[in-house]
Design a protein around this ligand. Structure first.
Ligand SMILES: *Cc1c(COP(=O)(O)O)cnc(C)c1O
Length: 370
Protein backbone atom coordinates (compact mmCIF):
# COMPACT_ATOMS: atom_id res chain seq x y z
CA UNK A 1 0.00 0.00 0.00
CA UNK A 2 1.44 3.33 -0.96
CA UNK A 3 1.68 6.23 1.44
CA UNK A 4 -1.23 8.44 2.25
CA UNK A 5 -1.35 11.69 0.27
CA UNK A 6 -3.02 14.33 2.42
CA UNK A 7 -5.29 16.97 0.93
CA UNK A 8 -2.91 19.65 2.13
CA UNK A 9 0.66 19.99 3.38
CA UNK A 10 2.14 23.46 3.68
CA UNK A 11 5.65 24.30 2.56
CA UNK A 12 7.89 25.94 5.17
CA UNK A 13 11.17 26.21 3.33
CA UNK A 14 12.27 29.82 3.67
CA UNK A 15 13.21 32.05 6.59
CA UNK A 16 10.58 30.63 8.94
CA UNK A 17 13.08 29.14 11.41
CA UNK A 18 15.32 32.18 11.31
CA UNK A 19 12.50 34.59 12.10
CA UNK A 20 10.98 32.31 14.74
CA UNK A 21 14.38 32.11 16.42
CA UNK A 22 14.50 35.88 16.45
CA UNK A 23 11.19 35.88 18.33
CA UNK A 24 12.66 33.55 20.94
CA UNK A 25 16.03 35.27 21.14
CA UNK A 26 14.49 38.71 21.60
CA UNK A 27 11.58 37.60 23.75
CA UNK A 28 9.13 39.30 21.35
CA UNK A 29 6.30 36.80 21.13
CA UNK A 30 3.15 38.87 21.67
CA UNK A 31 1.34 41.08 19.20
CA UNK A 32 3.56 43.97 20.29
CA UNK A 33 6.56 42.45 18.49
CA UNK A 34 8.08 44.11 15.41
CA UNK A 35 7.20 41.41 12.86
CA UNK A 36 3.50 42.22 13.10
CA UNK A 37 3.87 45.71 11.68
CA UNK A 38 6.43 44.60 9.13
CA UNK A 39 4.13 41.83 7.94
CA UNK A 40 1.18 44.23 7.75
CA UNK A 41 3.13 46.75 5.72
CA UNK A 42 4.72 44.29 3.31
CA UNK A 43 1.63 42.15 2.81
CA UNK A 44 -0.76 45.04 2.26
CA UNK A 45 1.66 46.69 -0.17
CA UNK A 46 1.94 43.44 -2.12
CA UNK A 47 -1.86 43.34 -2.36
CA UNK A 48 -1.97 46.91 -3.60
CA UNK A 49 -3.38 48.43 -0.42
CA UNK A 50 -2.45 51.33 1.86
CA UNK A 51 -3.10 49.59 5.16
CA UNK A 52 -3.18 46.13 6.71
CA UNK A 53 -4.43 44.99 10.11
CA UNK A 54 -3.19 41.52 11.06
CA UNK A 55 -5.66 39.44 13.07
CA UNK A 56 -6.05 35.97 14.58
CA UNK A 57 -7.67 34.30 11.55
CA UNK A 58 -9.71 34.91 8.40
CA UNK A 59 -13.05 34.38 10.10
CA UNK A 60 -12.53 37.17 12.62
CA UNK A 61 -11.01 39.32 9.87
CA UNK A 62 -14.42 39.16 8.16
CA UNK A 63 -16.31 39.88 11.35
CA UNK A 64 -14.11 42.85 12.20
CA UNK A 65 -14.18 44.18 8.60
CA UNK A 66 -17.98 44.07 8.48
CA UNK A 67 -18.24 45.72 11.88
CA UNK A 68 -15.88 48.52 10.85
CA UNK A 69 -18.20 49.47 7.98
CA UNK A 70 -20.75 50.58 10.58
CA UNK A 71 -23.86 49.29 8.80
CA UNK A 72 -27.18 49.45 10.64
CA UNK A 73 -28.94 46.43 12.20
CA UNK A 74 -31.23 44.86 9.61
CA UNK A 75 -29.32 46.20 6.62
CA UNK A 76 -29.08 43.68 3.82
CA UNK A 77 -25.84 42.30 2.42
CA UNK A 78 -25.80 40.25 -0.78
CA UNK A 79 -23.49 37.23 -0.76
CA UNK A 80 -23.12 33.83 -2.44
CA UNK A 81 -24.87 30.81 -0.94
CA UNK A 82 -21.87 28.72 -1.97
CA UNK A 83 -19.17 29.73 0.49
CA UNK A 84 -17.74 29.05 3.94
CA UNK A 85 -19.79 29.68 7.09
CA UNK A 86 -17.40 32.48 8.13
CA UNK A 87 -19.01 34.85 5.62
CA UNK A 88 -22.56 34.58 6.89
CA UNK A 89 -21.42 34.44 10.49
CA UNK A 90 -19.75 37.84 10.07
CA UNK A 91 -23.14 39.23 9.03
CA UNK A 92 -25.18 37.62 11.81
CA UNK A 93 -22.68 38.72 14.44
CA UNK A 94 -23.25 42.26 13.22
CA UNK A 95 -27.08 42.01 13.13
CA UNK A 96 -27.11 42.20 9.33
CA UNK A 97 -29.38 40.29 6.97
CA UNK A 98 -27.75 37.99 4.41
CA UNK A 99 -29.38 37.89 0.98
CA UNK A 100 -28.12 34.98 -1.06
CA UNK A 101 -27.35 34.54 -4.74
CA UNK A 102 -26.53 31.45 -6.76
CA UNK A 103 -23.12 30.51 -8.17
CA UNK A 104 -21.94 29.56 -11.63
CA UNK A 105 -21.47 25.96 -12.75
CA UNK A 106 -18.22 26.65 -14.55
CA UNK A 107 -16.19 29.06 -12.38
CA UNK A 108 -17.92 28.17 -9.05
CA UNK A 109 -18.01 31.88 -8.25
CA UNK A 110 -21.10 33.94 -7.44
CA UNK A 111 -23.43 34.65 -10.36
CA UNK A 112 -23.12 38.41 -10.57
CA UNK A 113 -25.95 38.62 -13.11
CA UNK A 114 -28.42 37.61 -10.39
CA UNK A 115 -27.46 40.38 -7.96
CA UNK A 116 -29.45 43.28 -9.40
CA UNK A 117 -32.79 41.54 -8.86
CA UNK A 118 -31.93 41.11 -5.17
CA UNK A 119 -31.20 44.75 -4.45
CA UNK A 120 -33.76 46.54 -2.25
CA UNK A 121 -33.64 49.89 -0.49
CA UNK A 122 -32.19 48.05 2.52
CA UNK A 123 -29.24 46.64 0.60
CA UNK A 124 -26.07 48.27 1.82
CA UNK A 125 -23.25 45.99 0.74
CA UNK A 126 -22.14 43.09 -1.43
CA UNK A 127 -19.83 40.45 -0.02
CA UNK A 128 -17.76 38.87 -2.78
CA UNK A 129 -15.83 35.65 -2.28
CA UNK A 130 -13.12 34.65 -4.76
CA UNK A 131 -13.52 30.91 -4.86
CA UNK A 132 -11.01 28.08 -5.37
CA UNK A 133 -8.60 30.00 -7.60
CA UNK A 134 -10.69 32.23 -9.86
CA UNK A 135 -12.00 35.73 -9.05
CA UNK A 136 -15.55 37.07 -9.03
CA UNK A 137 -16.34 39.26 -12.05
CA UNK A 138 -15.39 42.50 -10.35
CA UNK A 139 -16.29 44.98 -13.10
CA UNK A 140 -19.97 44.14 -12.71
CA UNK A 141 -19.70 44.31 -8.92
CA UNK A 142 -17.96 47.69 -9.02
CA UNK A 143 -20.56 49.18 -11.33
CA UNK A 144 -23.48 47.85 -9.24
CA UNK A 145 -21.82 49.22 -6.10
CA UNK A 146 -21.51 52.60 -7.75
CA UNK A 147 -25.06 52.62 -9.12
CA UNK A 148 -26.69 51.67 -5.81
CA UNK A 149 -24.14 53.16 -3.44
CA UNK A 150 -23.18 49.81 -1.90
CA UNK A 151 -20.07 48.90 0.05
CA UNK A 152 -17.95 45.99 -1.14
CA UNK A 153 -16.65 43.48 1.40
CA UNK A 154 -14.11 41.33 -0.38
CA UNK A 155 -13.26 37.87 0.95
CA UNK A 156 -9.91 37.11 -0.66
CA UNK A 157 -9.07 34.36 1.86
CA UNK A 158 -8.22 32.00 -1.01
CA UNK A 159 -6.87 34.57 -3.40
CA UNK A 160 -3.39 35.77 -2.39
CA UNK A 161 -1.72 36.83 -5.60
CA UNK A 162 -4.76 36.09 -7.77
CA UNK A 163 -5.22 38.82 -10.39
CA UNK A 164 -8.44 40.16 -11.88
CA UNK A 165 -7.58 42.00 -15.11
CA UNK A 166 -4.07 42.56 -13.81
CA UNK A 167 -5.12 43.95 -10.43
CA UNK A 168 -4.66 41.92 -7.24
CA UNK A 169 -7.66 40.38 -5.54
CA UNK A 170 -7.94 42.00 -2.15
CA UNK A 171 -7.55 45.43 -3.75
CA UNK A 172 -11.19 45.79 -4.82
CA UNK A 173 -13.22 45.98 -1.62
CA UNK A 174 -13.93 49.03 0.50
CA UNK A 175 -12.50 46.52 2.90
CA UNK A 176 -10.95 43.15 2.05
CA UNK A 177 -9.68 40.19 4.00
CA UNK A 178 -7.21 37.32 3.72
CA UNK A 179 -6.70 34.11 5.69
CA UNK A 180 -3.37 32.49 6.51
CA UNK A 181 -4.70 29.09 7.49
CA UNK A 182 -2.22 26.32 6.49
CA UNK A 183 -4.14 25.39 3.35
CA UNK A 184 -4.02 28.96 2.01
CA UNK A 185 -1.37 30.27 -0.40
CA UNK A 186 0.74 31.48 2.52
CA UNK A 187 0.28 30.54 6.14
CA UNK A 188 0.90 31.74 9.68
CA UNK A 189 -0.58 28.58 11.25
CA UNK A 190 -3.68 30.55 12.13
CA UNK A 191 -4.01 34.12 10.99
CA UNK A 192 -5.71 36.69 8.83
CA UNK A 193 -5.44 40.23 7.59
CA UNK A 194 -7.86 43.05 6.86
CA UNK A 195 -6.67 45.44 4.15
CA UNK A 196 -8.03 48.80 3.04
CA UNK A 197 -7.09 52.24 1.68
CA UNK A 198 -9.30 54.28 3.96
CA UNK A 199 -7.51 55.55 7.05
CA UNK A 200 -10.64 55.72 9.22
CA UNK A 201 -11.41 52.06 8.48
CA UNK A 202 -7.82 51.22 9.30
CA UNK A 203 -7.99 52.97 12.65
CA UNK A 204 -11.35 51.39 13.43
CA UNK A 205 -10.09 47.86 12.70
CA UNK A 206 -6.99 48.38 14.86
CA UNK A 207 -9.20 49.70 17.64
CA UNK A 208 -11.69 46.83 17.46
CA UNK A 209 -8.93 44.23 17.20
CA UNK A 210 -7.38 45.41 20.43
CA UNK A 211 -10.37 45.34 22.84
CA UNK A 212 -11.33 48.90 21.82
CA UNK A 213 -8.64 50.19 24.15
CA UNK A 214 -8.66 53.95 24.11
CA UNK A 215 -7.20 56.78 26.08
CA UNK A 216 -7.10 56.50 29.06
CA UNK A 217 -6.32 52.85 28.47
CA UNK A 218 -8.83 51.01 30.62
CA UNK A 219 -11.77 53.32 29.95
CA UNK A 220 -13.91 52.01 27.08
CA UNK A 221 -16.38 53.69 24.74
CA UNK A 222 -17.06 50.44 22.83
CA UNK A 223 -16.87 46.68 23.18
CA UNK A 224 -14.21 45.29 20.86
CA UNK A 225 -12.42 41.96 20.55
CA UNK A 226 -9.06 40.43 21.16
CA UNK A 227 -8.36 39.52 17.54
CA UNK A 228 -4.63 40.28 17.70
CA UNK A 229 -1.97 38.35 15.75
CA UNK A 230 1.16 37.38 17.67
CA UNK A 231 4.73 38.18 16.66
CA UNK A 232 5.31 34.43 16.24
CA UNK A 233 2.55 34.18 13.63
CA UNK A 234 3.78 37.31 11.86
CA UNK A 235 7.32 35.87 11.77
CA UNK A 236 5.96 32.89 9.84
CA UNK A 237 3.90 35.19 7.65
CA UNK A 238 6.87 37.31 6.69
CA UNK A 239 8.94 34.28 5.72
CA UNK A 240 6.01 32.92 3.72
CA UNK A 241 5.38 36.23 2.00
CA UNK A 242 8.94 36.15 0.65
CA UNK A 243 7.93 32.94 -1.15
CA UNK A 244 4.51 34.01 -2.40
CA UNK A 245 5.49 34.55 -6.04
CA UNK A 246 7.23 31.19 -6.12
CA UNK A 247 4.20 29.53 -4.48
CA UNK A 248 1.78 31.03 -6.98
CA UNK A 249 3.91 29.78 -9.82
CA UNK A 250 4.05 26.31 -8.28
CA UNK A 251 0.28 26.17 -7.72
CA UNK A 252 -0.27 27.19 -11.28
CA UNK A 253 2.12 24.50 -12.50
CA UNK A 254 0.42 21.87 -10.31
CA UNK A 255 -2.97 22.93 -11.62
CA UNK A 256 -1.90 22.63 -15.23
CA UNK A 257 -0.37 19.23 -14.56
CA UNK A 258 -3.62 17.98 -13.01
CA UNK A 259 -5.56 19.57 -15.83
CA UNK A 260 -3.53 17.76 -18.48
CA UNK A 261 -4.01 14.44 -16.74
CA UNK A 262 -7.73 14.78 -16.12
CA UNK A 263 -9.29 16.98 -18.76
CA UNK A 264 -9.99 14.10 -21.12
CA UNK A 265 -12.18 12.27 -18.62
CA UNK A 266 -15.69 12.91 -19.84
CA UNK A 267 -17.32 12.19 -16.48
CA UNK A 268 -15.64 15.06 -14.66
CA UNK A 269 -15.35 18.78 -15.15
CA UNK A 270 -11.97 20.34 -14.39
CA UNK A 271 -11.53 23.94 -13.22
CA UNK A 272 -11.61 26.65 -15.88
CA UNK A 273 -7.93 27.33 -16.61
CA UNK A 274 -8.42 30.82 -17.92
CA UNK A 275 -11.17 33.37 -18.49
CA UNK A 276 -11.11 36.74 -20.26
CA UNK A 277 -10.40 38.39 -16.89
CA UNK A 278 -8.14 35.97 -15.01
CA UNK A 279 -5.78 33.03 -14.98
CA UNK A 280 -6.70 30.34 -12.48
CA UNK A 281 -4.13 30.11 -9.65
CA UNK A 282 -5.64 26.75 -8.59
CA UNK A 283 -5.74 27.51 -4.90
CA UNK A 284 -7.20 24.01 -4.81
CA UNK A 285 -7.75 21.65 -7.71
CA UNK A 286 -11.49 21.03 -7.71
CA UNK A 287 -13.47 18.58 -9.77
CA UNK A 288 -17.19 18.54 -10.44
CA UNK A 289 -18.47 15.20 -11.64
CA UNK A 290 -21.23 14.70 -14.11
CA UNK A 291 -23.83 13.00 -11.96
CA UNK A 292 -21.57 10.84 -9.82
CA UNK A 293 -21.94 11.83 -6.17
CA UNK A 294 -18.72 13.37 -4.90
CA UNK A 295 -18.90 11.31 -1.71
CA UNK A 296 -18.69 8.12 -3.77
CA UNK A 297 -15.51 9.16 -5.54
CA UNK A 298 -14.00 10.57 -2.37
CA UNK A 299 -14.54 7.26 -0.58
CA UNK A 300 -12.97 5.34 -3.42
CA UNK A 301 -9.97 7.67 -3.40
CA UNK A 302 -9.62 7.29 0.36
CA UNK A 303 -9.34 3.53 -0.25
CA UNK A 304 -6.39 4.36 -2.45
CA UNK A 305 -4.85 6.45 0.33
CA UNK A 306 -5.66 9.79 -1.21
CA UNK A 307 -7.10 12.62 0.83
CA UNK A 308 -9.81 14.84 -0.62
CA UNK A 309 -12.20 17.45 0.69
CA UNK A 310 -15.81 18.14 -0.27
CA UNK A 311 -16.85 21.48 -1.75
CA UNK A 312 -18.67 24.00 0.44
CA UNK A 313 -22.21 23.23 1.60
CA UNK A 314 -24.62 26.02 0.55
CA UNK A 315 -25.77 28.48 3.19
CA UNK A 316 -29.48 28.11 2.35
CA UNK A 317 -29.29 24.41 3.30
CA UNK A 318 -27.24 24.76 6.50
CA UNK A 319 -29.12 23.03 9.33
CA UNK A 320 -28.11 25.72 11.80
CA UNK A 321 -29.74 28.35 9.60
CA UNK A 322 -32.82 26.48 8.37
CA UNK A 323 -33.58 25.64 12.02
CA UNK A 324 -33.79 29.39 12.55
CA UNK A 325 -36.43 29.50 9.81
CA UNK A 326 -34.12 31.17 7.31
CA UNK A 327 -34.09 30.82 3.52
CA UNK A 328 -37.36 28.84 3.39
CA UNK A 329 -38.34 27.86 -0.14
CA UNK A 330 -35.23 29.45 -1.54
CA UNK A 331 -33.41 27.52 -4.20
CA UNK A 332 -29.94 27.98 -5.60
CA UNK A 333 -29.71 24.98 -7.91
CA UNK A 334 -26.21 25.58 -9.20
CA UNK A 335 -24.79 26.02 -5.71
CA UNK A 336 -26.56 22.77 -4.76
CA UNK A 337 -25.17 20.99 -7.79
CA UNK A 338 -21.54 21.93 -7.31
CA UNK A 339 -21.82 21.19 -3.62
CA UNK A 340 -23.15 17.66 -4.26
CA UNK A 341 -20.90 16.80 -7.15
CA UNK A 342 -17.78 18.80 -6.32
CA UNK A 343 -14.70 17.99 -4.26
CA UNK A 344 -11.05 18.78 -4.42
CA UNK A 345 -7.88 16.77 -4.79
CA UNK A 346 -4.63 17.08 -2.81
CA UNK A 347 -3.44 20.62 -3.53
CA UNK A 348 -0.86 21.46 -0.87
CA UNK A 349 2.35 23.15 -1.92
CA UNK A 350 4.49 20.29 -0.59
CA UNK A 351 2.93 17.88 -3.09
CA UNK A 352 5.49 16.31 -5.45
CA UNK A 353 5.07 15.70 -9.16
CA UNK A 354 5.07 11.95 -8.50
CA UNK A 355 2.30 12.30 -5.96
CA UNK A 356 0.21 14.31 -8.40
CA UNK A 357 0.79 11.60 -10.97
CA UNK A 358 -0.43 9.00 -8.48
CA UNK A 359 -3.54 11.06 -7.76
CA UNK A 360 -4.29 11.44 -11.46
CA UNK A 361 -3.98 7.69 -12.04
CA UNK A 362 -6.16 6.97 -9.03
CA UNK A 363 -8.88 9.35 -10.25
CA UNK A 364 -8.77 7.79 -13.69
CA UNK A 365 -9.15 4.27 -12.36
CA UNK A 366 -11.87 5.21 -9.85
CA UNK A 367 -13.91 6.93 -12.56
CA UNK A 368 -13.54 3.97 -14.88
CA UNK A 369 -14.67 1.53 -12.19
CA UNK A 370 -17.79 3.53 -11.31
C1 LIG B 1 -10.41 29.90 4.76
C2 LIG B 1 -11.50 30.84 4.46
C3 LIG B 1 -12.02 31.73 5.42
C4 LIG B 1 -11.71 31.62 6.89
O1 LIG B 1 -10.40 31.75 7.22
P1 LIG B 1 -9.88 31.11 8.62
O2 LIG B 1 -8.52 31.71 8.73
O3 LIG B 1 -9.85 29.64 8.44
O4 LIG B 1 -10.79 31.56 9.70
C5 LIG B 1 -12.95 32.66 5.03
N1 LIG B 1 -13.38 32.72 3.75
C6 LIG B 1 -12.94 31.86 2.81
C7 LIG B 1 -13.47 31.99 1.43
C8 LIG B 1 -12.00 30.88 3.13
O5 LIG B 1 -11.58 30.03 2.19
Amino acid sequence: MSDFIPVNTPLLIGNEKKYLNQCIDTGWISSEGPFVQEFEEKFSAKMGREYGVAVANGTVALECAVRALDLQPGDEVIMPSFTIISCIQALFNNQLKPVLVDSLLDTWNMDVSSIRAKITNKTKAIMVVHTYGLPVKMDEILSLAKEFNLKIIEDAAEAHGLMYKGKPCGSFGDISIFSFYPNKLITTGEGGMIVMNNQDLYKQCRYLRNLAFDNPRFVHQDLGYNFRMSNIQAALGLAQLEKLDEFIERKHEMGLYYQQGLQNLDKVQCPVAETSYAQNIYWVFGLVTKKIKATKIMQALAQKNIGTRPFFYPMHLQPVLTKMGLFKQQQYPQAEYISQYGFYLPSGLALTQNEIKRVIEAVQSVIEEI
